[in-house]
Write a protein that binds this ligand. Structure first.
Ligand SMILES: [Zn+2]
Length: 332
């Protein structure tokens, strides 16, 4: 009897337990291999911090790009402009995925991009944008976005064979900016000032905003508490010192303080640094801004104008980003 039990034990060991151990061993090996496989796959998926919902969602990169194009560019823009936007959006996202750009602070909860346009780039859910478009246009509009993304699938903008930082803005006001004139960073060879035609067709090209003098003073004093101002004639305190190549205010003085045009833009939430300050109604100053955004890289209005005039997405991108080439994310 003992012999039989011993025999059964041996049989069970040989036929079940050992194979289980071997399979388990294989699985362990496979598990060791999988992370690399997952790492490769992660290049086509992206973790997005959805700010409005305070959560991170992993999604295919191409799906994320659709949400960016939908959020960042008017849907009535030309297909080639939407394609240029898709490639710029993908390039930015991919740059974040491979840690190409330094991030000063972590606003992402561990994700690679966030949906805050002040930090990364805008993004909107398909359902939300379709609701916004309304039932008559939603399907056709979404199809337009899908086509722009599909027809540029995996395409990136490269400089020296590396993805670029594809900065873009709404309207340059007629000429884009050198990156170094806007930020204190070093020169970026592909972010150079270029003429940008057709921008005046956009309804947000020139905007006059009336500011209460008291509000201006309060806001400036938050930033510069010791500033000396002639408050009886506020306009006399402002003087432009230097314009950038793009024609915007680079440096200026307010009272006894020297600052950059970008500083005043931030303090008063101006649409751009291409501004002019004049007397307005009693107790007010009128500030006229030309263009919208920082002015560096691709102008979306300008991209649409080029597309209307027969420009392809590749021509548009190569116009606004000097010396770049297009390449593809390597197929996984
Ligand atoms: Zn971000």
């Amino acid at each position: 009897m003992k012999k039989i039990i011993y025999y059964i034990f041996i049989m069970i060991t040989v036929t079940i337990i050992i194979p289980m151990l071997i399979v388990r061993g294989c699985n362990t090996v496979l598990d060791d291999v999988k992370p690399e496989g997952k790492a490769e796959k992660a290049q086509t998926k992206i973790k997005v911090y959805i700010k409005s919902e305070d959560r991170v969602e992993e999604m295919p990169l191409e799906s994320y790009v659709k949400g960016v194009v939908a959020a960042e560019m008017p849907i009535d823009y030309e297909p080639e402009a939407l394609k240029a936007q898709a490639v710029a959006a993908r390039t930015y996202a991919y740059g974040r995925m491979i840690n190409l750009y330094t991030v000063k602070d972590d606003k992402h909860c561990g994700a690679q991009v966030c949906t805050d346009f002040n930090h990364c780039q805008s993004w909107i859910k398909q359902d939300d944008i379709m609701k916004k478009w309304g039932s008559i246009n939603a399907l056709a509009n979404w199809k337009k976005i899908e086509t722009a993304v599909k027809e540029t699938e995996n395409i990136l903008i490269l400089y020296d064979n590396k993805p670029i930082n594809p900065l873009f803005h709404t309207n340059s006001g007629g000429r884009t900016e050198n990156a170094e004139d806007v930020w204190d960073g070093t020169e970026t060879p592909y972010l150079k000032s270029v003429q940008s035609d057709g921008e005046e067709e956009d309804k947000g090209y020139k905007v006059v905003t009336a500011f209460k003098e008291k509000d201006i003073i309060d806001k400036i004093k938050v930033q510069y508490p010791d500033i000396k101002l002639n408050e009886d004639d506020l306009l006399s305190n402002f003087s432009i010192q230097e314009l950038s190549e793009g024609g915007r205010v680079k440096t200026m003085k307010i009272g006894d303080v020297s600052l950059k045009g970008t500083d005043l833009r931030r303090i008063l939430s101006l649409r751009s640094t291409n501004f002019k300050i004049e007397k307005g109604n009693k107790g007010e100053l009128n500030i006229t801004t030309i263009g919208f955004g920082h002015g560096v890289g691709m102008s979306q209005c300008g991209a649409n104008y080029l597309a209307k005039n027969g420009g392809t997405f590749e021509e548009i991108l190569k116009y606004y980003y000097k010396g770049v080439s297009l390449g593809k994310i390597k197929e996984q």
